[in-house]
Design a protein around this ligand. Structure first.
Ligand code: PMV
Length: 328
């Protein structure tokens, strides 16, 4: 086979990854925990052929050049070296949600590409190996290979072969909901790798952030196993705030939020004070995300919808891991 197609979902970290122990291999300084989110999907088709003189990449119907295309080609070089192939590829990839706006399109993108490219080159990889491979494209992509609730262990080996994500709960196991408030669909002001490195090198809070992330991961895994939603929610909020605190304290400080992001945080806390079980989180961008159970979803949507700075709301639930799609 030289052509294959795959679909992968974005994921939302409840215990955040923010800081690398190895920059080239995308090895995290601490483990993280995430939800794989339906319907935030990327679908990717790839064909390897000696007809292609270079990799040809299209993103959402537009030919891609520059840093994005170079990043995809560098990732394909890794897959080619595993398969001992020299063929270039044509890649057609579509995101069903805003690209590069803090909605983890690189996670679903590299997870879909890892599955499609290995299949097209007839490589048979385990889920752990696919996660390890996807991590090379974008760290958080490791967590878009498994479905449901995923834990990405930091690992200890210098080559990163023990740093992959596994599912600790299937999508049907817990009916969690995520309400994404889009405040700004444009591309991110600062890329996550750059922000992580600036924070690691200059933030006086970086070491504390990493030790709190390690403790939060242990607590969050326990909360998932016990299906303890208030505990998981509390950890979610404190992990996001601690990550942003470390980034805010970098020199110069990194501010991912806009006014509407902060309005949403207050709105979510007010809902909670009034008895609705909902918690917020936010990544390396300005989109606030609300974590709640199914029965609270309508109340959360109604409240966020009233905020002036929220231009769009996307409703998500737990989804399946990355998988190949048969070509017809
Ligand atoms: O995969 P990256 O390098 O884009 O990392 C993204 C990290 C955060 O989204 C900021 C947090 C996380 O754990 O997803």
């Amino acid at each position: 086979m030289s052509t294959a197609r795959a679909r992968a979902l974005a994921n939302l970290a409840l215990v955040k990854y923010f800081g690398k122990r190895d920059l080239a291999l995308n090895l995290p300084a601490a483990g993280s925990l995430s939800l794989t989110l339906e319907p935030l999907a990327t679908t990717t088709e790839i064909e390897f052929s000696s007809r292609f003189k270079k990799d040809e990449i299209s993103l959402n119907g537009v030919p891609a050049n520059g840093p994005f295309a170079e990043r995809v080609s560098r990732f394909l070089d890794i897959v080619r070296s595993i398969a001992s192939s020299k063929e270039h590829a044509r890649v057609v990839t579509e995101n069903a949600f805003p690209t590069a706006a803090g909605l983890a399109s690189s996670a679903s993108g590299f997870a879909a590409l890892a599955v499609a490219a290995t299949r097209a080159l007839d490589l048979t990889l385990t889920s752990d190996e696919l996660s390890t491979l996807a991590r090379r494209g974008s760290g958080s992509a490791a967590r878009s290979i498994p479905g449901g609730i995923a834990v990405w262990q930091a690992g200890e080996l210098p080559d990163g072969t023990d740093s992959f994500a596994r599912s600790i709960a299937e999508p049907e196991a817990w009916d969690l909901r995520v309400v994404v408030g889009v405040t700004d669909p444009g591309p991110k002001a600062i890329g996550s790798t750059h922000a992580m490195e600036k924070t690691r090198l200059t933030s006086p809070y970086y070491d504390q952030w990493i030790s709190s992330a390690r403790a939060d991961l242990e607590d969050a895994i326990r909360a998932v196993h016990k299906r303890d939603f208030p505990l998981l929610g509390e950890i979610t909020e404190r992990s996001a705030l601690a990550m942003h605190a470390a980034a805010l304290a970098a020199r110069p400080g990194i501010v991912f939020w806009n006014g509407a992001t902060v309005d949403a945080f207050h709105c979510i806390r007010n809902l909670r004070n009034d008895g609705t079980e909902v918690y917020f989180t936010c990544d390396a961008g300005p989109q606030p995300k609300a974590l709640c159970t199914a029965d609270a979803e309508d109340t959360v949507v109604a409240a966020l919808d009233k905020l002036a700075g929220i231009t769009k709301i996307i409703l998500c639930r737990l989804g399946a891991g990355a998988c190949p799609i048969n070509l017809v």
